[in-house]
Write a protein that binds this ligand. Structure first.
Ligand code: A3P
Length: 303
């Protein structure tokens, strides 16, 4: 090859490499939620979520995800990826693969309730996207703990394991005084103040939408409207899409003609707990609730 033609080949190669670099760089800079390198057909592309439903477990997270999926511009990740708590080592490409392929204006939401209580998650989310919109749906923490305990009870029953008793698990003694056993997860998950303060080390309150799970259960429409606004979307979910199921005593969700209700493990009868145990747990949770209220500048009626 002559010197002239080898220079031409080199120049063409350099230009191509530079253009490829520019495309990669600009795509990353334009929006941090588009996944570089993963572009699919028909103008659909993989997008990392711009909002996460982080919990709280048993707060109504699944119903909230199914509810917001009624919006035409919202695409959800149906399964819990557990990326930021368990699967982080699999890398961002693995996380991107879990995402739906979406159009440019569509918003992706993922929910994994374990994120709220996992110590490492806030820093990891912040590192990926400091502008992440964080949705937390909370519920009366004593009922939440009983719901959590009920779920653990039935999971153990299915696996033929020893069955827990809330009265024994919920409390321990410290200097001769009865206190909550914060190593028991159904109790620990209800210490909202501890978990939110871990998140507030990384994100300001403006990044959060905190929804009331007790309101949402009976009136999903009002809380879904708040979520639509928080996501920067027009209100497009209609009352007619929220269909009350008399047998289940819960709302179900109608996207097209199909009505989707949650499975039997959601809204099942709680394990019986004595009034005394209920009161003891509530009393010991009260200071945690107060601290939670002051951290989020808002109160809930959780007497
Ligand atoms: P219970 O089983 O204690 O009634 P999560 O999806 O976060 O695990 O939350 C489960 C809770 O969602 C259920 O708790 C139930 O009360 C609540 N929930 C709210 N709306 C619901 C709906 N439309 N269908 C079923 N459960 C719903």
């Amino acid at each position: 090859m002559s010197t002239f033609s080898s220079r031409c080949v080199l120049a063409i190669f350099t230009m191509a490499a530079f253009t490829a670099f520019q495309i990669f760089f600009l795509r990353n800079r334009a929006t941090s939620i588009v996944v570089p390198g993963i572009v699919e057909q028909n103008n659909l592309q993989k997008k990392l979520p711009s909002a996460l439903i982080i919990g709280v477990r048993k707060g109504g997270t699944r119903a909230l995800l199914d509810g917001i999926a009624l919006h035409p511009l919202v695409r959800i990740v149906r399964h819990e990826t557990h990326f930021f708590d368990i699967n982080y080592g699999k890398g961002i490409d693995w996380y991107a693969e879990q995402m739906p392929s979406v159009g440019e204006n569509e918003v992706v939401i993922e929910k994994t309730p374990a994120y709220f209580t996992n110590l490492k998650t806030p820093a990891r989310v912040f590192q990926m996207n400091p502008g992440m919109k964080i949705v937390l749906i909370v519920r009366h923490p004593t009922y939440r703990a009983i719901s959590d305990y009920t779920q653990v009870f039935y999971n153990k029953l299915e696996l033929n394991k020893a069955l827990p008793n809330l009265e024994k698990e919920a409390f321990t003694f410290w200097n001769g005084t009865q206190v909550l056993d914060d190593t028991y997860k159904p109790i620990r998950n209800s210490l909202y103040d501890i978990h939110i303060s871990n998140w507030l080390k990384f994100f300001p309150l403006e990044n959060f939408l905190i929804l009331n799970g007790d309101v949402f259960r009976g009136n999903p429409y009002s809380e879904l409207q708040k979520l639509e606004s928080f996501l920067g979307l027009e209100h497009q979910i209609d009352h007619s899409q929220l269909v009350f199921d008399k047998r289940k005593k819960f709302f179900c969700f109608k996207k097209t003609t199909r009505i989707r209700c949650l499975g039997e493990s959601k809204g099942r009868k709680h394990r019986p707990v004595s009034q005394q145990v209920f009161q003891n747990i509530s009393q010991l949770l009260a200071p945690h609730n107060e601290r939670f209220f002051s951290l989020i500048n808002r109160t809930f009626l959780w007497d």
